[in-house]
Design a protein around this ligand. Structure first.
Ligand SMILES: C[S@@+](CC[C@H](N)C(=O)[O-])C[C@H]1O[C@@H](n2cnc3c(N)ncnc32)[C@H](O)[C@@H]1O
Length: 189
């Protein structure tokens, strides 16, 4: 699943220096976080932004869960989490966001969540089977998981394999939401 671009750059994960690609006015135009997340998250919920990067979705999620809810911002890279921390502080949402440093084998989180987001990140994970099992055990029964992958890195066939793996892990496919420049699937645990 590793991409040609990442291979060419000799990278395993999206590096901090590409942060400008993760949040810019063009992305906000074509992948508006509030529109993508609307109807998926309710006030008071605990949600996980897995592979959160610099927090493009973390901050809107924190607004959606409201003062009684919480967002677990999970990432392998300390630099990404530090970026989330700075951005959250700027907009006064730090209290709703818990920064979680993942390892290649786990999220470092015990608390069950109502909703999990993996946006443009699963293609960076070498062991998808284990990763999907982790997402499954993180979610509460009845919890939902939105999987979105970039066609620039992931072929339709590779995405179909991940969807089949999700089915084998115990997820039920609910729908295929339309998000620009994405392969997308919404699952129920
Ligand atoms: C391309 S970025 C996407 C960031 C964000 N989801 C977005 O859409 O803006 C992928 C992120 O996933 C993180 N990541 C990759 N593998 C991970 C893992 N096993 N656990 C947690 N984070 C991971 C990387 O560090 C990187 O910040």
């Amino acid at each position: 699943m590793e991409t040609n671009l990442w291979k060419w750059l000799n990278l395993r994960v999206c590096p901090w220096w590409l942060r400008g690609v993760l949040d810019n006015s063009l992305r906000r135009l074509i992948q508006e976080p509030e529109r993508i997340l609307s109807g998926l998250v309710a006030p008071g919920q605990v949600v996980a932004d897995i592979g959160c990067g610099i927090g493009y979705f973390t901050i809107p999620l924190a607004r959606l869960v409201g003062p009684q809810g919480r967002v677990l911002a999970i990432d392998l890279q300390e630099t990404m989490l530090a970026g989330v921390q700075r951005r959250a502080a700027k907009v006064g949402l730090s209290e709703r966001i818990q920064l979680c440093r993942a390892t290649p084998t786990g999220f470092g989180v015990e608390e069950p969540v109502d909703f999990a987001l993996t946006f443009f990140m699963i293609h960076e994970v070498p062991d998808q089977k284990h990763f999907l099992e982790e997402i499954h055990s993180l979610l509460k029964p009845g919890g939902r998981w939105l999987l979105t992958e970039p066609p620039v890195h992931v072929t339709a066939a590779a995405f179909a394999k991940t969807v089949a793996l999700a089915d084998a892990t115990g997820f039920s496919l609910l729908s295929r939401p339309r998000i620009a420049f994405s392969h997308t699937a919404l699952f129920l645990k």
